[in-house]
Design a binder for this molecule. Structure first.
Ligand code: SF4
Length: 386
């Protein structure tokens, strides 16, 4: 057994390769066991991931019984870590922590009250629908709730929810609840994600005071705070010009993520996205000129076989025209078809692309991106805010 402590994390590592990670409050973050990577969501759910060759990614949401098994095993490991620590086993520390700190950390994790944790989460948050993959560890701040558009044919993240901006009083109560929920665990996080689906739909003069309040309530407890990030829908954003983006950048906004989904206008219309391809590209260029980094999300498999080539070719062309550079990212998200969604009903004739064709489309797009622009797979299956 090997124990690593830093000012933000406790990691217990076994010879078998299994590993258990906790934040500073003693909250279990993730478990690596038997080839599976189990993420504990902040709402108490757990998702187990396994990656294989050829882009294979298996995901399962754990049942109550399986979760109880994970908690039981992690307690056993912590008890073993406690007794190993008192016998002076090998450990590694960062940030000036001493061997004596191990016992304090391990004890905190052993006594962690998960029922209270879940209750505090429910008090602080409405369900967190989705985040970009490089923001999974952000502190989500739900300045707005729901999606101002909420009509895309493939998306059910916010279906049935009404979009609204929180009042000042609600927002301050939300920030207090977030602080109470995360406690010392805030030190593990280094960015704030402005939820939900499209915070720039709120005019800058309303959004900036909310950002200031969020920063003063949370950022000082975060290690190396990097700033704010948000999704942006070009067809819905109040912010359109580089001057407006520059104002938001001045208030700490660092990056925005656009759901372009496809560069093919006909397919995009079918997906019922707000705005046109040109609207998105123009907003991306303005955001970049305003000093922000940009993430562009493309929907792999959209349009099935019928659109396979047009979707790939037009998306590549759009990304080339967006003027991306080294700090920007392209995210390739395999389409998850919800059986009852408007997309599923209308797209029956196209059929679903089998995984090897989705992988082929992904490779075709990634290999043709502009030089220096990074890309990553964005698999939304099993997403839980963790
Ligand atoms: S704009 Fe985004 S969040 Fe809203 S419905 Fe469309 S895909 Fe979903």
């Amino acid at each position: 057994m090997f124990i690593q402590i830093s000012p933000e994390r406790l990691i217990v590592q076994l010879e078998s390769g299994s590993g258990y990670t906790y934040d500073k409050s003693g909250r279990l973050l993730n478990v690596r066991e038997n080839g599976w990577f189990v993420v504990r969501g902040l709402d108490g759910r757990m998702a187990a991931h396994q990656w294989g060759s050829g882009g294979r990614h298996d995901v399962k949401i754990l049942s109550e019984q399986e979760k109880t098994g994970v908690h039981r095993r992690t307690k056993e490991i912590l008890r073993a870590a406690e007794s190993a620590a008192s016998n002076g086993l090998a450990f590694f520390s960062e940030g000036g922590l001493q061997k004596a700190d191990i016992s304090r950390w391990v004890n905190q994790a052993l006594l962690y009250d998960f029922s209270r944790d879940e209750e505090l989460f429910r008090r602080a948050y409405k369900p967190v629908g989705i985040l970009p993959p490089d923001q999974y560890s952000a502190v989500v701040v739900q300045a707005t709730e729901g999606c101002a558009w909420n009509r895309c044919s493939f998306c059910s993240f916010y279906r049935g929810e009404h979009f609204r901006v929180k009042t000042q009083a609600e927002f301050l109560a939300h920030l207090r609840a977030i602080r109470e929920f995360f406690g010392d665990g805030l030190s593990f996080r280094n960015s704030i994600f402005l939820g939900e689906a499209n915070a720039p739909a709120v005019p800058a003069e309303e959004l900036i005071p909310l950002m200031e309040k969020a920063e003063s309530a949370l950022a000082s407890s975060m290690k190396d705070f990097r700033g704010f990030y948000s999704f942006a829908e070009a067809g819905q954003a109040s912010c359109r010009s580089r001057e407006e983006f520059r104002r938001l950048a001045g208030a700490g906004l660092r990056g925005v993520y656009y759901g372009l989904e496809t560069g093919n206008s006909e397919l995009r219309e079918f997906l019922r996205k707000p705005g046109t391809v040109e609207d998105v590209l123009s907003s991306v260029r303005e955001a970049k000129a305003g000093g922000l980094s940009v993430g562009i999300i493309l929907l792999l498999g959209a349009g099935g076989r019928d659109y396979f080539d047009r979707h790939a070719a037009d998306s590549i062309l759009a990304v080339h025209r967006a003027g991306l550079s080294g700090e920007d990212m392209v995210f390739l998200s395999p389409l998850e078809i919800e059986p009852e969604s408007p997309y599923a009903q209308a797209a029956e004739k196209w059929g679903e692309l089998p995984p090897h064709d989705v992988h082929r489309q992904s490779m075709a797009i990634r290999s043709a991106l502009p030089p220096g622009v990074r890309s990553s797979i964005y698999d939304i299956r099993g997403f839980i805010y963790a």
